[in-house]
Design a protein around this ligand. Structure first.
Ligand SMILES: Cc1cc2nc3c(=O)[nH]c(=O)nc-3n(C[C@H](O)[C@H](O)[C@H](O)COP(=O)(O)OP(=O)(O)OC[C@H]3O[C@@H](n4cnc5c(N)ncnc54)[C@H](O)[C@@H]3O)c2cc1C
Length: 392
């Protein structure tokens, strides 16, 4: 029976929870806000299935054997607003267009009406709007894997998109390949804590004395390639953007203070991709394709399987895309595991004792003085970045 003694060995993918026919496993939230399986031994029949579907045991982050994938620079072709509203170049919408054309169903991550990030499904373009934009919080899979299995058995064409560990969880849960399943994994360097996100929303609502109705995690007003600042929308029609309070979530995300422990030993930061296709930001796109560096953003699309290759022939009808040199295009985040913040444990100790504002003030670079420090650091790092890019 599944027993998580080391938290870095569980991504919270929910495969074990989903496979248990006795409903003996619950996904229980720990004090950092991440979900882990817990077994009710009175219901467990010790069939061992939960251990068998856990993807962690079968993935080895020391495995460096891989084929260089086919890589494309791309952006959505059919609608400029969709391209702009997407986190990168809108490659995801081009994939969903292809699925809906074949009467399929799309599974992805959305904010629910309580602004909690969870996976759900959509049967048409309008419903799929909720998946657009990267929600920089770990998404809860809930019962999606079970629903996907039922859909696949009914012969429905299904697209599942998620972080690589979620895609791995689904594939291992299904235990056999399905021709009618297409999977897309994101280039993902880590997922932050849903608990801290909840506290962040509460902090903002209390301070502004307004209800948040939507958060855009990656607003492109300042340009897609600029520091990603969320925009927070309130129920009175106002919003905040590019001020300390709205930037705070991006700072928490990029600080790596509140990241799921398994992200720091990620088995998926390599070229053995879980998805038939991989999508992410094409940082540095201007080096190979100067025409793609526009404020709306560019997607990197990797083709990882024959199924992905076949599907991409049609998907590319919805994209402006160019073949890229994959070696140059691959970002560090795809190849290296994200290191934890050096003060991660102190942060969590203080988190239990201090207010949200005090603890974030203590550990994050907030305010004007720190803004200057950050800028100075960036300038000082410039020569190293130049040397790195020349070496690449
Ligand atoms: C936590 C996180 C970290 C990321 N880190 C990187 C990175 O380091 N480098 C990089 O190049 N790209 C990263 N990405 C991916 C990138 O931000 C875009 O999501 C991706 O390029 C797709 O953008 P798009 O324009 O094609 O489509 P969009 O329409 O913006 O697509 C959004 C897609 O992301 C999925 N999604 C959104 N939030 C989540 C979530 N919390 N969990 C699972 N799936 C989610 C949706 O289901 C949908 O498939 C990250 C995404 C997330 C969610």
């Amino acid at each position: 029976m599944i027993n998580i003694s080391n938290k870095s060995e569980c991504t919270g993918c929910s495969a074990c929870y989903s496979v248990c026919s006795k409903n003996a496993i619950s996904m229980v939230t720990d004090k950092e806000g991440f979900k882990y399986p817990e077994v009710d031994e009175s219901l467990c029949i010790d069939c061992g299935l939960c251990d068998r579907v856990c993807p962690i045991g079968r993935r080895d982050n020391q495995d460096i054997s891989f084929d260089i994938p086919i890589a494309y620079a791309a952006h959505y072709k059919n609608d400029e607003k969709i391209w702009y509203d997407s986190a990168s170049g809108g490659a995801f919408t081009a994939i969903t267009d292809y699925i809906f054309k074949h009467n399929g169903r799309v599974y992805g991550a959305a904010l629910n009406d309580k602004l909690v990030v969870e996976h759900g499904y959509a049967d048409n373009k309008k419903e799929a709007l909720k998946f657009r934009d990267s929600k920089y919080v770990q998404s809860d899979i809930k019962d999606c894997f079970k629903h996907i299995k039922r859909d696949l058995k009914d012969g429905k064409i299904v697209l599942f998109s998620g972080t690589p560990c979620q895609v791995a969880g689904l594939k291992d849960y299904l235990r056999k390949p399905y021709d009618n399943l297409l999977t897309v994994d994101l280039i993902c360097h880590c997922v932050p804590s849903p608990r801290v996100f909840e506290d962040y929303k509460n902090y903002i609502e209390t301070k502004y004395d307004k209800k948040i109705i939507h958060i855009c995690f990656k607003d492109k007003t300042l340009g897609w390639d600029k520091f990603q600042t969320p925009r927070i929308f309130f129920d009175d029609g106002s919003n905040i953007f590019n001020i300390d309070d709205s930037k705070l979530w991006a700072l928490i995300f990029y600080s790596h203070l509140a990241v799921r422990p398994s992200c720091h030993t990620c088995r998926f930061a390599n070229l053995n991709r879980e998805g038939d296709l991989t999508i992410g930001d094409f940082w540095g796109v201007e080096k190979q394709h100067p025409e793609y560096l526009v404020p709306n953003g560019a997607s990197l699309v990797l083709i990882n399987s024959d199924k992905g290759k076949e599907a991409f022939k049609e998907i590319s009808d919805n994209l402006v895309c160019s073949l890229s040199d994959a070696v140059q295009a691959l970002p560090d985040t795809l190849l290296y595991v994200t290191k934890p913040h050096s003060k991660r444990s102190e942060f969590w100790n203080d988190y239990e004792k201090m207010s949200f504002k005090s603890v974030t003030n203590r550990y994050l670079d907030l305010g004007k003085k720190n803004e200057y420090k950050r800028k100075l650091k960036r300038v000082l790092r410039l020569p190293f970045r130049l040397i790195k890019s020349i070496m690449k």
